[in-house]
Design a protein around this ligand. Structure first.
Ligand code: PLP
Length: 486
């Protein structure tokens, strides 16, 4: 067995050849089989991004005055975003490493802003559908979440917003669109309330930022969500999603510097020198900024409009076809590019449908509350939508004909996991399993050494999570076998 650090160094060509092999069991995103995580066009475009990244891969944006190149990339990226979002010249912002960093920063900013008016027990209002990054921010920065429920159509219920606000509220969040169902939150209605109560309103456009403006330019009717809405004080938008940049590039912009100042960190007494940092990271990856800039320059408005057009075609096709299937329904009011769908037929278990789709070589995320399947649709999916829909129809028919499938595969476990009421226990077991994956040298879950069986409900929950983990590993193995036999 190889050790992680070889005793003797190896030739670069040998290392690169082995490294390529690492991808063999990864999801097949190049053929559009993966419906999350990746924004891929083709190998030529990947090479272009790689070349841009490589040019600045050693450059460090830690100190914005050292690499003028990186500050220029940042300035131009932020200027582009400000214009896309109809900001005034007062709009300012920072390039970050990803959507999560942008979301974390917004929470830190508004917590610290509220401190200046004496708020010591900060709270924020998040719709139930807010991305999980916001819950992470709550934990990291000690800002309590007040959850805004959904209405029966799975839209954030704005009528319930006023009563969730109090003198400790440091910010309100809306998403454009939210991740689970792809619905754009009612930002204008949020804005009215936020302005009346003088509370900052952040829009999470991590997904939508680089596609909604171009869908609108292409003629799609969308609700307003950007700086044209007067109460919106900041927006996060990821270049590494629908901007088709390399991973590691997002933006956070604010309506003006009075907000942004609270994001910044300055320490003037460090023996290492006076220190100022605009975001969470210390060293900031020059390659990611160069690739993000390159992507924006390459596509420009015309290119992003074209990508948006192809994405919209794929989205509309999927949405219409799923709406026509009597067993399924589309969740919420998605305008694209995200779609969640569930089963409205008691004989069709949607997780079993997911299992069937997995078996046909698709990689699809699961949703809960309510149960469903998810699709993050990109231009790269347009050529495979028909295949996907054909397989989906077959999958539904198979599950309907074989109700016992609901009790097999991941379906049984997912179903139980999402419905079991003792969430604290589920949390603990997931945490235990997850932590195991991070043992030095440990590559996979150590399923041969499960926790000692415990009696009662706790034991049952633990066993259930273990089963789910087991299923994940088996799925990986099956995928690898399928690849090998091709
Ligand atoms: C709405 C929304 N916000 C934030 C994020 C977090 O982005 P990242 O995965 O780049 O950290 C995501 C990721 O999918 C998202 O969908």
């Amino acid at each position: 067995m190889k050790t992680a650090l070889p005793k003797q160094g190896r030739p670069t060509a040998e290392v690169l050849a082995e490294l390529k092999g690492f991808g063999a069991d990864d999801p097949n995103y190049r053929q559009g089989r993966l419906w999350s995580l990746v924004y891929y066009l083709d190998e030529d475009y990947a090479d272009f991004l790689g070349a841009a990244y490589r040019e600045f891969s050693s450059a460090n944006g830690l100190n914005p005055t050292a690499f003028k190149s990186l500050k220029r990339f940042e300035n131009e990226i932020i200027a582009g975003v400000a214009e896309m979002f109809h900001g005034t010249p007062e709009v300012c912002g920072v390039v970050t490493s990803g959507g999560t960093e942008s979301c974390l920063l917004a929470v830190k900013t508004y917590r610290d802003l509220a401190r200046t008016r004496g708020v010591t027990r900060p709270e924020m209002v998040l719709p139930v559908t807010a991305h999980v990054a916001w819950f992470k921010a709550s934990e990291y920065f000690g800002v309590k979440v007040r959850l805004l429920p959904l209405d029966p159509d799975l839209r954030a219920d704005v009528s319930k917003l006023p009563r969730l606000i109090n003198r400790n509220t440091v910010m309100i969040l809306g998403s454009a669109p939210e991740y689970p169902h792809g619905t754009i939150d009612p930002i204008e209605a949020f804005s009215e309330i936020a302005q009346k109560r003088n509370i900052p309103l952040h829009v999470d456009a991590c997904v939508g930022g680089f596609i909604l403006p171009f869908m609108a330019m292409n003629g799609r009717k969308l609700p307003l969500w950007d700086y044209r809405v007067p109460g919106v004080t900041s927006i996060s938008a990821d270049v590494h999603k629908y901007g088709f940049a390399s991973k590691g590039a997002s933006t956070i912009t604010y309506r003006n510097l009075d907000y942004l100042k609270h994001q910044m960190f300055v320490y003037q007494d460090w023996p290492g020198g006076v220190f100022a940092s605009p975001a969470l990271l210390g060293t900031r990856p020059g390659g990611a900024y160069a690739a993000a800039w390159a992507a924006m320059q390459h596509f420009g408005t015309s290119g992003y409009r074209d990508l948006a057009k192809r994405t919209t075609q794929a989205f509309d096709k999927m949405r219409k076809a799923i709406e026509k299937m009597p067993e399924l329904y589309v969740m919420g009011q998605p305008s694209g590019p995200l779609l969640g769908y569930g089963s409205c037929d008691p004989e069709v278990n949607i997780f079993a449908v997911g299992d069937q789709m997995d078996a046909k070589g698709w990689t699809i995320n699961r949703l809960q509350n309510p149960d469903g399947l998810h699709a993050m649709i990109t231009a790269g999916h347009l050529p495979v939508v028909d295949d996907y829909l054909r397989d989906l129809r077959q999958a539904v028919a198979t599950v309907k004909a074989h109700p016992e499938l609901a009790k097999a595969g991941s379906a049984a476990t997912y179903g139980l996991m999402s419905h079991i009421p003792l969430r604290g226990m589920v949390h603990q077991r997931v945490l235990d399993m997850f932590a195991q994956m991070y043992k030095a040298g440990g590559q996979e879950l150590d399923l041969h050494a499960p926790a000692a069986p415990e009696p009662g409900l706790k034991g049952q929950i633990n066993a259930m999570v273990d089963r789910l983990a087991q299923w994940y590993v088996e799925r990986q193995q099956q995928r690898a076998q399928r690849r090998a036999s091709r």
